[in-house]
Design a protein around this ligand. Structure first.
Ligand SMILES: Nc1nc2c(ncn2[C@@H]2O[C@H](COP(=O)(O)OP(=O)(O)OP(=O)(O)O)[C@@H](O)[C@H]2O)c(=O)[nH]1
Ligand SMILES: [Mg+2]
Length: 417
């Protein structure tokens, strides 16, 4: 079945770095964007000024493009408009750089009104950053209509993009306000919030499903989850709110973080963040992803004291003890910490979200770090549900199963952005 789907995909030639991890990630990104990679060309430097790659490499690419006739060439780096223009002029094929590729995936995946607005905003920021150069290139007239900008004067274009950006921003601000209201409400209730964070495909949604016994879509390649959803879970009679979040990726463009800020803010305001790490990967790859996740969490002002670590997919390891060596390699060895007694407790656990292995241990850890006075007192009253709704119109959904999904925009706000 997978093959059938692959046959209908557009073909692409991929230009990336000559390392297995880079190649694997770029291929996964290309596939998530709907492309089948028919050829891979690698070079150690992809930031040369004229074409990104060297001119000898360019000729190699050209001969492959001429014979395989791909629908697009994917360039696994950020390209300046001039570089993109130069490549397109020589290769006579659509060029998609890494940022555009990520945007395309987000566009394909966005299923809620909010995530569609966020993607649109990120796209406009991408365009904006390139507008001046693009208009200049379009005017050179060598490729009339290149970027579809031929008719625009630069000022008109800017004014238009700016106006659209500000409309989208105010829409997102109203969502952010609602979230803030909702947060105040639930913190007044003493509800402790826990978020799952981590690299895309680490297994956050699979873990979310295991903890909530729900069935959200998992594993459709990278960036399966684009919007945050929150559910109540109960551990030994105490209730917590658990949120699934959008996955991280290395070199996530700054304007993407900006556009998704209202979604990612869930992490900023969580009482506890569970960083899900794919422990089945090579130690180098794991470290790279760990570091990029930590830097994004840092950017979101999540202090390390609020983070615990779930090494996932241990069913794929031949020996579970591997996880301990890997945790030490990441500097997560608990004995190295010497602040409070909480800090001296192990902050990580080896689990399998798929088989359910050690989920009990993770629950125990959540209770240790989020409950019992470490963060806030946990005590949800029997009538907690009603109290949450009282005096606010911010909660749009709340049913017997404690399904709290206020984060979806009302239909009427779902106008085309
Ligand atoms: N073998 C194994 N596979 C797992 C485990 N947890 C998740 N997976 C698989 O890993 C893939 C990605 O899982 P997801 O839960 O979608 O990952 P995610 O972190 O939510 O990804 P994004 O939504 O893209 O950020 C899926 O194919 C899952 O079936 C696990 O414990 N063991
Ligand atoms: Mg997910």
């Amino acid at each position: 079945m997978k093959n059938e789907r692959m046959n209908n995909m557009n073909k692409t030639l991929l230009i990336t770095y000559p390392y297995k991890d880079s190649i694997d990630e770029a291929v996964a990104l290309a596939e998530a964007a709907g492309y089948k990679v028919v050829s891979i060309v690698t070079q150690r430097y992809l930031t040369k000024s004229k074409y990104g790659i060297g001119s000898g490499k360019l000729m190699e690419v050209k001969s492959i493009v001429d014979s395989l006739k791909p629908d697009a060439v994917i360039f696994d780096e950020v390209l300046k408009p001039t570089q993109e223009y130069n490549l397109a002029s020589t290769l006579k094929v659509e060029i998609i750089d890494r940022e555009r590729l990520i945007l395309n995936i987000f566009e394909r995946r966005a299923s809620t009104a909010e995530s569609r607005i966020q993607v649109k905003l990120a796209q406009l920021r991408y365009e904006m950053a390139r507008a001046r150069e693009k208009v200049r290139l379009a005017k050179k007239g060598e490729q009339p209509g290149f970027y579809g900008l031929g008719r625009y004067e630069v000022d008109d274009y800017y004014r238009d993009v700016k106006r659209r950006i500000s409309t989208l921003k105010s829409k997102l601000e109203s969502v952010a306000k609602r979230r803030a209201l909702y947060r105040r409400q639930r913190s007044r209730e003493g509800l402790v919030t826990i978020s799952l964070a981590g690299y895309t495909s680490a297994g956050k949604t699979t873990l979310f499903n295991a903890l909530t016994r729900e069935q959200h879509e998992a594993g459709r390649g990278m960036f399966t989850t684009l919007s945050t959803y929150t559910r109540a879970i109960s551990i030994d009679g105490s209730k917590y709110l658990l949120s699934d979040t959008v996955g991280f990726i290395s070199k996530l463009p700054a304007y993407m973080i900006e556009a998704f800020r209202s979604t990612l803010e869930e992490l900023t305001f969580s009482d506890l963040v569970i960083l899900v790490i794919d422990a089945s990967e090579s130690i180098e790859n794991m470290k790279k992803k760990y570091e990029s996740s930590m830097s994004i969490l840092n950017e979101l002002q999540v202090p390390e004291s609020k983070i615990i670590y779930a090494f996932n997919k241990i069913d794929l390891l031949s020996n579970e003890d591997e996880v301990y060596a890997k945790a030490r390699y990441l500097g997560l060895d608990s004995s190295l910490r010497d602040d409070t007694s909480m800090d001296r407790m192990a902050r990580y656990v080896a689990i399998s979200a798929k088989t359910g292995r050690n989920i009990e241990m993770l629950l125990g850890m959540i209770r240790r770090f989020a409950g019992e006075g470490y963060s806030k007192a946990v005590g949800v009253r029997e009538d907690g549900a009603e109290r949450i709704n009282e005096g606010t119109d911010t909660v749009t959904e709340y049913d017997e199963d404690e399904v709290m999904n206020i984060l979806r925009l009302d239909q009427d706000e779902d106008s085309s952005a």
